[in-house]
Design a binder for this molecule. Structure first.
Ligand code: SF4
Ligand code: SF4
Length: 408
């Protein structure tokens, strides 16, 4: 199916085609409105106004993402190696650390509440759905509930098949469910634990994040179905989290491929709840990440597998099937990244933890944020970050002392 056919089949054909025509040429300057220091909210605009795309933009299959390429050596090597002691034998790959990782992942599996409740059918107690004055009021209550269930940040995106995996579109058809809106939530991970990447304990930070995102999304899904509307709580395999989160006004894409949020920085997970309830959508935001990433390149310097490139944003050439073509972005090489995970015997997030946006808790980084949103001088923030010693690899002693010393 070519892109034109794909767009025709989309429920949002008219809006998407109009948007696509607009983004085929250079992105035009657009009107913005202030939303917090250095943050510009592109009111009334969509992702197609802030992200450049060309005619190579095609439907994308979930089977091509690196974690799904199960029959290739990547996945099997990774899992074989993960349980085998590697270079940090006796420090990293201990049974204690391995058991901690398994416990951290507990709420993220086929037997968990998340999977039980992810398909929320309309279930209001008297059979009548909650009536809202308008979409704005409905969004208000959904967002309040999401925060109540411990979402660190929440935004609303329109449901757009262009950012769903092809398999998802078919799966929704089988479920007889046509979403209209997506509730997108950021779930902050434990930064002290993430700093221990790449080790099994560092991986516990991500695993706990997955467990928490499953719990929060499951609760939001139940809340919506109890209001009398269908919902579907989806993790990484349901829709492309970064563009959907950009649509929901939660941040900007970065050189390392993840979303950067103006307050949370990096070091969070993204989870989505799809619903038939029509909600008021947020607008994309920008706050200087593109300009900052152009100068900084710290994630690329710290990546042990050279999977992050130092070149400018471009259209991916498709040589790696896990990278989607047709979107102007900083593509990363997920094959190299995943191969490194296999060699290390654990997952890695050095890019995330070495990024100057990772640390929002110190005066250096509060100042960095101001500098980062100021074109022309924003590379100063990277030097400040280096100067204060952030982003250095933890020593073996840190891993050894984890059980006694790390604040949890
Ligand atoms: S996770 Fe590690 S190996 Fe992969 S891109 Fe990030 S720093 Fe590189
Ligand atoms: S480390 Fe620097 S270049 Fe990489 S994502 Fe963070 S800000 Fe951008």
């Amino acid at each position: 199916m070519n892109r034109r056919d794909f767009l025709k089949k989309s429920a949002l054909t008219a809006g998407v085609v109009a948007g696509s025509v607009a983004v085929s040429s250079a992105v035009k300057p657009i009107e913005v409105e202030a939303k917090g220091f250095g943050v510009k909210e592109h009111k009334g605009k969509t992702i197609y106004d802030v992200v450049e795309m060309n005619d190579e933009f095609q439907p994308f299959y979930r089977k091509n993402i690196i974690f799904e390429r199960g029959s290739t050596p990547y996945r099997s090597d990774f899992f074989v190696n993960q349980s085998a002691p590697k270079e940090h034998e006796g420090v990293n790959h201990t049974l204690l650390n391995y058991a901690l990782l398994q416990g951290s992942s507990m709420s993220w599996g086929d037997t968990t509440l998340f999977y039980k409740f992810r398909k929320g059918k309309p279930n209001s107690k008297d059979g009548k759905p909650q009536q809202f004055k308008d979409k704005k009021e409905a969004s208000y209550y959904i967002k309040r509930a999401a925060k109540f269930y411990k979402a660190s940040a929440v935004g609303i995106a329109p449901y757009d098949e262009n950012f769903m995996y092809v398999e998802n579109i078919e799966e929704f058809k089988e479920l007889g469910f046509k979403p209209k809106s997506v509730v997108v939530m950021c779930i902050l991970m434990n930064h002290e634990i993430l700093k221990l990447y790449p080790t099994l304990i560092g991986g516990c930070g991500a695993a706990l994040g997955y467990s928490n995102m499953a719990e929060t999304a499951g609760k939001v899904g139940v809340f919506i179905s109890e209001l009398g509307y269908s919902s579907y709580a989806g993790g990484n395999n349901w829709g492309m989290s970064v563009p959907i989160a950009i649509s929901a006004g939660l941040g900007e894409g970065s050189r390392m491929g993840t979303l950067i949020h103006p307050e949370l920085g990096t070091g969070f997970r993204i989870v989505k709840v799809f619903t038939e309830l029509e909600l008021e959508c947020d607008s994309p935001i920008t706050f200087g990440v593109e300009d900052f990433c152009n100068n900084c390149k710290k994630c690329a310097d710290n990546c042990p597998s050279a999977a992050i490139y130092k070149v400018g944003k471009d259209y991916a050439d498709g040589s790696n099937i896990s990278t989607r073509k047709g979107i102007k972005k900083w593509a990363t090489n997920s094959e190299k990244c995943y191969e490194y995970w296999g060699e290390a015997g654990c997952d890695c997030g050095r890019c995330i933890t070495s990024c100057p946006y990772f640390k929002n808790d110190t005066w250096v980084h509060k100042l960095s944020k101001v500098v980062a949103s100021t074109p022309g001088v924003n590379n100063v923030a990277r030097y400040m970050d280096d100067m204060f010693g952030y982003g250095k690899l933890p020593t073996e002693e840190t891993y050894r002392n984890f059980w006694e010393n790390i604040e949890v």
